[in-house]
Design a binder for this molecule. Structure first.
Ligand code: ADP
Ligand code: ADP
Length: 225
């Protein structure tokens, strides 16, 4: 589904990715693990069109997407939930969710997806008329994920979805990621919590200072620790 080959990505003179290659197959949960500053977020930002690789190629569903605009990539079915809780604070929960479906026009279908998100996140339903800025951090994280689901992505890029959450919320988030995957969405998951990530992933890549240093099935990576 996704094939990244030998990409180099820079911030000015700083090289954040040094010849990274990886693959994601349809239906998988693939995790990127590694310390702070390793380049995980940079990779997701490159896949979602926010950064352009200087070298290398990215193939998605058999077509090159390296360097394509973010809007084009969203249309092609890739949604990105960036690090931190990016919600529009002055809009209600429901308005934030509807924004996720802005490229679609079938109102009935959007309503159905809204119900699906509320089924997965009952807390969002209880608060649907509330301004998003008044939600707790964990609820905002759920909202950011809910908004991404509303875009009906084929491939969902999740950046540290468990960061800073209460332990109870962490379990909920990982369960939801599994449910989203089971409903047909392929997932690329960036996590610092390697154990949690590997517990739900099919495969993983370990990234260190801009390079893939290890890859394998979740079981292999759990053994190699
Ligand atoms: P991770 O997500 O694994 O924590 P990042 O992808 O955020 O790592 O960062 C990779 C490298 O790129 C780090 O050395 C970081 O300092 C650098 N970096 C990230 N964002 C920027 C930026 N906006 N400007 C300059 N350097 C950056
Ligand atoms: P923060 O705002 O610090 O990020 P959270 O949003 O993660 O905190 O959690 C807010 C509160 O809701 C916490 O006290 C947490 O224990 C509680 N909580 C977490 N998960 C659930 C849940 N599934 N149902 C009800 N309460 C929860």
């Amino acid at each position: 589904m996704l094939k990244v080959e030998d990409i180099n990505v820079y911030y000015g003179n700083i090289q954040a990715l040094k010849g990274v290659s990886l693959e994601v197959n349809e239906g998988e949960i693939v995790t990127l693990i590694g310390a702070n500053g390793a380049g995980k977020s940079t990779l997701l930002k490159t896949l979602s069109g926010l950064l352009k690789p200087k070298k290398g190629s990215i193939q998605y569903l058999g077509k090159p997407i390296s360097g394509k605009a973010a809007q084009t990539i969203v249309k092609a079915g890739i949604s990105h939930v960036p690090e931190g809780r990016r919600v529009f604070a002055n809009m209600t929960v429901e308005e934030n969710l509807e924004l996720g479906a802005y490229l679609r026009s079938d109102k009935n279908e959007i309503k159905k997806d809204l119900d699906k998100v509320y089924e997965v996140f009952p807390r969002l339903q209880e608060r649907k008329k509330q301004l998003s800025g008044t939600l707790s951090g964990g609820e905002q994280q759920m909202l950011a994920m809910g908004r991404a689901i509303m875009a009906r992505p084929k491939l969902l890029l999740l950046d540290e979805p468990s960061m800073g959450l209460a332990p109870l919320f962490v379990k909920t988030i990982f369960k939801v990621i599994q449910e989203i995957n089971q409903s047909g969405t392929t997932i690329l998951l960036v996590e610092q919590n390697a154990n949690m990530a590997l517990s739900i992933a099919d495969r993983g890549y370990v990234i260190e200072t801009g390079k893939v240093v290890l890859s394998g099935t979740a079981a292999e990576l759990q053994e190699s620790d």
